[in-house]
Every structure is written in structure tokens, then in C-alpha cells.
Write a protein that binds this ligand. Sequence first.
Ligand SMILES: CC(C)(COP(=O)(O)OP(=O)(O)OC[C@H]1O[C@@H](n2cnc3c(N)ncnc32)[C@H](O)[C@@H]1OP(=O)(O)O)[C@@H](O)C(=O)NCCC(=O)NCCS
Length: 169
Amino acid sequence: MNAAQLQQIAALERLLPLEIVAMRVADLPQVVALEAAAQPFPWQERNFTDSLTAGHHAWILRRGATCLGFSILMHVIDEAHLLNIAVAPSAQGQGMGARLLRHAMREAARAGMDKLYLEARPSNVRALQIYQAFGFRQVGVRKAYYPAAKGREDALIFCAALEGSEVKQ
Ligand SMILES: CC(C)(COP(=O)(O)OP(=O)(O)OC[C@H]1O[C@@H](n2cnc3c(N)ncnc32)[C@H](O)[C@@H]1OP(=O)(O)O)[C@@H](O)C(=O)NCCC(=O)NCCS
């Protein structure tokens, strides 16, 4: 296929709707590449494989055959934990992260979870803004939790109530 044909396919794909579907093993090449491009300390393929094997709730946001983002949640009794979420750098700032987070909160609420927990780096301003906009409140800190360019960085622990919230409907 030549460059012009590839451009035509890309233009046609942009007309397709966005959808969020369950992540499958066949999605992992795209998911792993997206993660490597989006995160400073990315999960490796085996982390995703382990998550799918463990039965975590994993979703991709896609347009046609192109994966634009993903979310991974673990349910523990009545608490959901957002283990990972990312949007492809070229698709960030267009509401994709908000779509994924809204979907994750709805799905967790539907599955009977009362709360959603997540962790973020204090330096991840973009992530902190989206979480605060979605009603997450900081409930703790894990000191020196993440590897960082220099030494280690804290993890801020956030929580949002799901029960009775609008996301449950
Ligand atoms: C965090 C992330 C998932 C957000 O996804 P996104 O698609 O860029 O976010 P959205 O476009 O849906 O924006 C949602 C909100 O985030 C905030 N936001 C988005 N872009 C921002 C920017 N450049 N600066 C500050 N805040 C920003 C805004 O509050 C925005 O709300 P608004 O649309 O009302 O302004 C995405 O930036 C990402 O993949 N980052 C790398 C991986 C990562 O950090 N994951 C989270 C680990 S805790």
C-alpha cells in the first residue's frame, strides 16, 4: 500500500465513531506501543498480560482499528482500583481521557463497587486536573513510591465515591 492510500484510510477512519470495548490479547501490540509513548515509566507487555490473565477489567477506546486509549481496573470486594489509564499523545486534550474515566466509573458502579481509588504523581498536572474535575479527593500519600528521573516520586492516593453518584445511573 502506498502513502496516498494509507492517508485515505486514515481520513476514512476519522469518520468512524469512538467506542469503548473490552481489551483483548490481540489489542496488546497497540496498547503496549501507546503506553510506551504516553508514560515516562511504562508498563511492559507482561504487566498487561498479567492483568488480563488476572481478570482485571480492561477497556480500550478505539476508532475503527486504531486504539486511542485504555483503562484497567481491579475490583477488590467493594472497591475498584484504577491500575492504569492512558491516551495516545496525539489524541490527548480532546476529551478521550474523560470518556475513559467516566466509562470506568460507570462500569465499576454497575459492578457494585462503592469507591474508585487511583494513584498519581504530583508532577502529573494533567492527570491531577482530570481526577479533580471528576470529584476525586486526595486521601493519602505513598512516599517515594514511583521511580523518577531523579530518585523517586511520591504517589498521591485519590478516591471518589461511586454509590449514589450520577455515574451509577
Ligand atoms: C491523563 C490522561 C489520561 C488524560 O487524557 P486526555 O485525553 O488528555 O484528557 P481530556 O482531554 O479528557 O481532558 C480531561 C481534563 O483533563 C484536564 N487537562 C487535559 N489536558 C490538559 C492540559 N494540557 N493541562 C492541564 N489539564 C489538562 C482538563 O481538566 C480537562 O478537562 P476540560 O476538557 O474540561 O478542560 C492523558 O493525558 C495521558 O494519557 N497521560 C499520560 C498517562 C498518564 O499520565 N496516565 C495517568 C496516570 S495517573
